[in-house]
Design a protein around this ligand. Structure first.
Ligand code: UDP
Length: 258
């Protein structure tokens, strides 16, 4: 493996210093965690699938004018991205009740929401990403009111677009989580861009006809068929080679490092 500096190792990804200043390499692991890392496991081929799914969605979002950190995919497990200063706020967008919102508010999973609901969580593993309001975000200086306006506008636009993409392939986008970062240009001007990844690790995706889960809930809830579900998302997006993930991994082994 080429020598480079590991900047950070998270639950599902490792970040390495990139080839040019202001760039970072995101390496996608097969490791999976749930319930604030109390449950740990591996999902065979997940890193390869999330890398191509996230690449595809980030490129489509770029096409509609959403600024993202994505530069290009390097190989089967790595992508080159812009280095950003991560805003410590997770933006969750919900179209259908599920997960923590169903539990908190007693709304049965699967209830279609009267409109999309946006929630914010403070990004802190130690605290278990607690739900926060705009008041907390501005009072503690995590983002300004103007930043929040930008985050909200981008998130709703991303939601509308992704709902369309997934509806087109027979999948309901139930909810998902976004992370944003700041980039400063040479004049010190700040821009907010979409960062992290968009994949079945941080989206709830249900088959439109059967409501079958096609995301990390299969792992969280020990439902089995996790690899197959991620693979099916990639297949429906039209980005899985005919040989499936095995073929992707073959390429991975042959391609080596860039
Ligand atoms: N989510 C995520 N990372 C988190 C918390 C949530 O990617 O740390 C995603 C999750 O996959 C789901 C959505 O955000 O698509 C809403 O998650 P929820 O608040 O229901 O929490 P969960 O039930 O996953 O604990």
């Amino acid at each position: 493996m080429a020598r480079r500096t590991k900047l950070y190792e998270g639950k599902a990804k490792v970040l390495f210093s990139g080839p040019e200043p202001g760039t970072v390499i995101q390496y996608f692991k097969d490791d999976a965690t749930a319930f604030n890392a109390q449950k740990k496991g591996t999902i065979n081929g997940k890193g390869v699938l999330n890398n191509i799914i996230s690449e595809f969605l980030m490129l489509r979002l770029h096409d509609i004018g959403i600024p993202t950190h994505f530069i290009r995919r390097l190989n089967m497990r790595e992508q080159l991205v812009r280095e950003v200063e991560i805003i410590p706020v997770e933006v969750i967008i919900r179209n259908v009740a599920a997960g923590s919102m169903s539990k908190r508010l007693g709304i049965p999973e699967g209830t279609v929401l009267p409109r999309s609901i946006v929630e914010y969580c403070y990004k802190s593993d130690e605290l278990g990403d607690p739900l926060i309001s705009e008041e907390h975000i501005t009072a503690f200086g995590w983002a300004s009111p103007q930043d929040i306006d930008d985050l909200l506008a981008m998130s709703l636009r991303i939601n509308d677009f992704l709902c369309g993409v997934f509806t087109g392939i027979g999948i309901k986008l139930v909810d998902f989580k976004l992370e944003f970062g700041r980039i400063y240009d040479e004049n010190g001007e700040m821009r907010i861009v979409l960062a992290d990844e968009i994949s079945p690790d941080n989206c709830r995706l249900w088959d439109a006809k059967t409501n079958e889960k096609m995301d990390k809930d299969r792992f969280r809830r020990d439902m089995g068929g996790v690899e197959e579900a991620y693979q099916e998302v990639a297949r429906r997006l039209g980005i899985l080679p005919e040989g499936g993930v095995a073929e992707l991994q073959l390429v991975e082994n042959e391609s080596g490092d860039e």
